[in-house]
Design a protein around this ligand. Structure first.
Ligand SMILES: Nc1ncnc2c1ncn2[C@@H]1O[C@H](COP(=O)(O)OP(=O)(O)OP(=O)(O)O)[C@@H](O)[C@H]1O
Length: 584
């Protein structure tokens, strides 16, 4: 029951301090996103990647500050339940005209769950469900940009309108040839629409902020004609001489899903009303959960909060049991899934057998590295949770026994709950080793090519995957191969790629063991062969397409390029889709 009167004056001050904490966070988050434009304009790619990584830390820092402030100023941990209910009511009041209420509610939860006992994790005290609607929030301040702009071209003005769409972003700098780019986009639009009748409502709706990531800036919108809506995205790139060009035109849900994939870094987007961006993007990609859209916009904590709500709802509406994930079991991670739910749950084991020589802290550091790094479409994003309560009766016996055996320090069994103190959650894929077993010859060849491409994309992004066995990669719904085993990951630039030295005598030549000296970060690419080439068909495909992976020179050449300051191009689309001659 909620209090009928707001009697405690501390409650308002606490609510205000919480909201100040959030507003401070969002101001900094927004500034980092807004500054992406200037970094793009001057080609500061290292700065862009740094900003993408640093911004991830902002949230936890602000939460910690606010927790400390409340503990100090209000002795928050000692307040009676009734006071906390009043805090929530005041907070709801303060959010009435707020432009990011859903994020502010999540911030409230993050702070309060750190201060309050488990028993308070109910809707009476925190926002188990949202209280404030995010629908139709508009920024009415003078000079505010709308979430999206609508353009109504005629057949004669379509090319000019496309130019106007671009110039409205007011990028500081010149295009190589914008009229030419507009014609190319126009040709692509017409090819996409095929035979069509121009309807009275023909329009382009374009989100008013560009989406920045790495070396790209993306225009995102939809084309509406009659009852047909076509999502589109236009990547703008910058040549070394500082001039811009449109690299291609992407259309339809699948192209956009590739752009917004969970295996890529988060975008930097300047948004006053993020929920309006999410609603717009959701209309373009109805199959993508809102949690993943928030995450792709850099609001990963909101993504995490929504994911958890979705997960709880799914648990309530399903009855299957958690089980050990299909595939070869990990030595470092215990991995389980729920057949009806497309995610896996990964728990770090308490002990690892040799040759694994790592610690829980090191494994966590590797997962953090991946979160902050450019994932280039080849490393799955993970959501990290602490203290997740699962209904114990939904766990199969075998899984329960494994959890008790391998992860005793991380599980608590109380009543009907099984609480896991630390878990990563990640999209489920088909482990590549299983995929290859059942593949047709064509599928096998395609998967092996994709596997090599995945490694090469990682290499270009300064990642040495460490453990390159088939089982450590997964195949997505769209047939992309993505890496998911991070415990042996290293920066490429920290590794030494060497050739196996020539044996000095017959004994060394005949030895099945490693007889040559090996320093900690030495890598001998020739030695990958026995692990990768067991199956003759796989061997044939890999040697035909990616034999260079077994050559130390290939790795060393990439390391040298990165050390020389080169930031590679990553196209979140098939490079064959690029307009001919790109920016030239
Ligand atoms: N995202 C995923 N989708 C589907 N299956 C997965 C996923 N992540 C892990 N698995 C399954 O769990 C197994 C172990 O996962 P992972 O490779 O991350 O653990 P590990 O302990 O680091 O492995 P290793 O012993 O190779 O170091 C994989 O071989 C695979 O079968």
């Amino acid at each position: 029951m909620f209090p009928t009167r707001l009697t405690d004056t501390r409650a308002f001050d606490i609510a205000q301090a919480l909201l100040d904490g959030f507003d401070h966070h969002y101001r900094l988050f927004r500034a980092a996103s807004r500054e992406a434009k200037a970094r793009f304009e001057c080609g500061d790619w290292a700065g862009q990647q740094r900003a993408q990584a640093l911004r991830i830390e902002f949230y936890d820092t602000r939460v910690a500050e606010t927790v400390a402030l409340l503990a100090q100023r209000f002795m928050a941990a000692t307040l009676a339940p009734d006071v906390w209910q009043q805090v929530k009511l005041h907070y709801i009041g303060l959010l009435t005209d707020h432009h990011q209420p859903e994020l502010a509610e999540t911030f409230f939860n993050s702070v309060c769950t750190r201060l309050l006992h488990h028993a308070y994790f109910r809707n009476d005290f925190i926002f188990v469900r949202p209280a404030i609607s995010t629908e139709y929030i508009e920024n009415d301040e003078p000079g505010a940009r709308p979430t999206y702009r609508a353009y109504y071209p005629t057949p004669d003005t379509l090319s000019d309108t496309l130019q106007r769409v671009i110039t409205n972003f007011q990028l500081q700098g010149e295009f190589v040839d914008l009229p030419r780019d507009a014609e190319r986009v126009l040709a692509a639009v017409l090819a996409r629409l095929g035979e069509f009748r121009w309807r009275a409502n023909f329009q382009l709706q374009v989100l008013s902020s560009l989406f920045y990531r790495n070396k790209g800036a993306y225009v995102v919108g939809r084309l509406i004609n009659g009852f047909t809506e076509t999502p589109f995205a236009l990547p703008i790139l910058r040549r070394d001489d500082g001039r811009f060009f449109i690299d291609t035109a992407l259309f339809g849900e699948d192209d956009l899903l590739g752009l917004f994939s969970f295996a890529r870094a988060y975008f930097l987007v300047d948004m006053e009303v993020p929920s309006a961006y999410v609603a717009f993007l959701r209309a373009l990609m109805p199959r993508k959960p809102r949690s993943e859209i928030y995450a792709a916009l850099g609001l990963q904590k909101q993504g995490k909060a929504l994911f958890y709500r979705d997960f709880l709802a799914h648990l309530r509406h399903s009855s299957d049991k958690f089980r050990i994930a299909p595939g070869i079991k990990g030595m470092v991670m215990l991995v389980f899934d729920l057949p009806s739910y497309p995610f896996v749950f990964k728990v770090i084991k308490d002990f690892f057998p040799p040759p694994k020589d790592t610690t829980r802290e090191q494994v966590q550091a590797k997962y953090r590295l991946v979160k902050a790094h450019d994932r280039v479409g080849r490393m799955a994003d993970t959501l990290e949770y602490t203290r997740v309560a699962f209904p114990r009766q939904r766990f199969g016996d075998e899984l329960l026994a494994e959890l008790r055996h391998f992860c005793p320090s991380l599980i608590e069994e109380s009543g009907d709950d099984l609480v896991i103190r630390h878990v990563y959650i990640e999209r489920r894929m088909v482990p590549l080793n299983l995929y290859l077993q059942d593949a047709t010859p064509e599928q096998l060849e395609r998967a092996v090519i994709e596997y090599g491409n995945a490694i090469k994309d990682l290499v270009a992004a300064n990642i040495f995957p460490g453990d390159m066995l088939w089982k450590n990669f997964g195949v997505t719904r769209h047939g992309k191969v993505v890496f998911y085993d991070y415990d042996e990951i290293e920066y490429l630039t920290d590794c030494n790629f060497r050739r196996v030295p020539a044996p000095r005598n017959e004994e060394e030549a005949m030895s099945g063991e490693v007889w040559w000296p090996v320093a900690p970060r030495d890598v001998f690419p020739e030695t990958f062969a026995p692990f990768l080439l067991g199956n003759p068909q796989v061997r044939e495909a890999l040697m035909r397409h990616h034999a260079d992976l077994l050559d130390a020179d290939f790795w060393q050449a990439h390391k040298d390029r990165i050390l020389a300051g080169h930031v590679h191009d990553v196209f979140p689309y098939d490079p064959t889709r690029r307009f001919p001659r790109g920016g030239n």
